[in-house]
Design a protein around this ligand. Structure first.
Ligand code: ZN
Length: 113
């Protein structure tokens, strides 16, 4: 048996780790240490799979409660939304709207707003 761990790297990429085949008892012994190592290296559980969803299946940012749109660029795909300020207008930095991907990360600056 092997385990598959879907994560988001410190750079914001979706990274999948696979453990070698081993008996379940051994796997369960090794997993907590592996998870701690990944967490210490800045890898986060892939929250995308666990986002709350609208009835039509669109993911909702758990922090801002905004519906996120699917984006795609050069083979990468992700979900994001514009961060809105208290006045309901998009938060702008250097003349550009700030985007949040629904998790913390280098490519998700809006998460901290
Ligand atoms: Zn958000």
């Amino acid at each position: 048996m092997k385990a598959i761990i879907d994560t988001i790297s410190p750079n914001g990429n979706a990274i999948r780790f696979e453990t070698p085949e081993e008996p379940l008892e051994e796997l369960l012994k090794h997993l907590p240490a592996l998870e701690r190592k990944l967490e210490a290296a800045g890898y986060m559980a892939n929250a995308e799979r666990h986002y709350p969803k609208t009835p039509s299946g669109e993911p909702i940012c758990p922090k801002h409660m905004e519906v996120m749109d699917a984006r795609e660029k050069q083979g990468d795909h992700w979900f994001s939304h514009k961060v809105l300020g208290e006045n309901g207008q998009p938060v702008m930095v250097d003349g550009k709207p700030v985007y949040c991907r629904g998790h913390a990360g280098k490519l998700s600056p809006g998460w901290s707003y």
